[in-house]
Design a protein around this ligand. Structure first.
Ligand code: AMP
Ligand code: MG
Length: 324
């Protein structure tokens, strides 16, 4: 079976063609970026409207198939920015009507988890999911993906990006913070773990204030990374012990951070667990994961309801898992 996936939950509009063996035949993405400011929803949506048809065309061409070869269209139904989701949904619906091929809506977070498993061969890990908008420690327990810990206010990527915006790094700031951190030394910051949850916003405010008071940005980048990543390593370790699992899989855009991988790897070694990180190429948002997720659900009997709509606040623990 040939599946076309469409991703459009936030900054990325992407299209990908895969087959039912999980081979990625094409993966085309256009990412909205800015030199200053952040993600302004209607400007991002305009970007997706403009680029959407082009990424679909390119994905088909790159996969070396014809449009009529597509047998299933899977799109990111949520969670995400409502305007981005709506653009993606419309593209998917129109294509499905035009080709007279079935449509399925995939949960973007399940997509991250499942492509991580597909690409690393991890079987039943504790997932550390850290992206622009999400920070969650997730594991499969009792027939559902359950959230064992999460951020209480802003997410890890967002906290890094906000700090970056304040110190003039533009979006996305994560990679720039990672390289500045290599030149930095530790300055004391608060450390906020509440039970199994983490809270980044106070630490962020404190760091911004320290920057304004003249603390070096390299030192703040280093200390922010050490603090944020340690907090998450602590909660992940406890989730591993609680669920009695033997694998950790880091997914989401922040998985590109080498220092974060290193810290989780050390923690796993000490516990006799195996650490995996999703390959950097597939750590961020892309449509291959949406295609794969849609296929897994479709194969196991899921069909989209007639009056489907976008699901901006769709939590992973609300997804009925039919494919495990
Ligand atoms: P996603 O939402 O999954 O596409 O991930 C995007 C987020 O990942 C943004 O907040 C980026 O700043 C962050 N990010 C990307 N690369 C890195 C990196 N090397 N270190 C830290 N954060 C990163
Ligand atoms: Mg994502």
């Amino acid at each position: 079976m040939i599946i076309l996936g469409l991703e459009g939950t936030a900054h990325t509009i992407g299209a990908s063609v895969i087959n039912d063996e999980g081979e990625i035949l094409s993966d085309v993405r256009k990412v909205f970026t800015t030199e200053e400011g952040g993600l302004i929803p209607n400007i991002v949506a305009k970007h997706h409207i403009q680029e959407g048809p082009k990424v679909i065309e390119e994905a088909i061409k790159e996969a070396d198939i014809k449009e009529k070869d597509i047998e299933l269209i899977s799109f990111s139904q949520g969670p995400g920015l409502p305007l981005s989701l709506a653009v993606c949904k419309n593209l998917a619906r129109d294509l499905s009507k035009k080709l007279k091929k079935p449509l399925i809506g995939a949960n973007h977070i399940c997509g991250h988890l499942e492509i991580g498993k597909l690409l690393t061969k991890a079987k039943d890990p504790v997932f550390v999911f850290t992206s622009g908008a999400n920070t969650q420690i997730i594991a499969y327990e009792g027939k559902k993906y359950r959230i064992f810990g999460e951020c209480l206010s802003i997410a890890l990527g967002n906290a890094l990006d906000k700090f970056g915006r304040e110190i003039g790094l533009g979006f996305p700031a994560g990679p720039k913070i990672e390289s500045l951190a290599k030149e930095g030394e530790y300055v004391k910051l608060p450390y906020v773990v509440k039970g199994m949850d983490v809270e980044f916003s106070g630490i962020l405010t404190k760091s911004i204030n320290m920057f304004k008071q003249g603390v070096k940005k390299e030192d703040l980048c280093y200390s922010l990374q050490e603090t944020f990543f340690s907090m998450l390593a602590e909660v992940t370790e406890r989730a591993l012990a609680h669920c009695d699992k033997k694998e950790v899989l880091l997914i989401g855009g922040v998985a590109a951070n080498q220092r974060f991988c290193e810290m989780l790897e050390i923690m796993c070694k000490e516990r006799g667990a195996k650490f995996y990180a999703v390959p950097m190429k597939y750590s961020g948002d892309q449509a291959a994961m949406i295609a794969w997720q849609g296929y897994l659900e479709y194969k196991n009997g899921r069909r989209i309801e007639n009056n489907f709509d976008i699901k901006p606040g769709w939590r992973i623990d609300q997804v009925e898992v039919n494919w495990i």
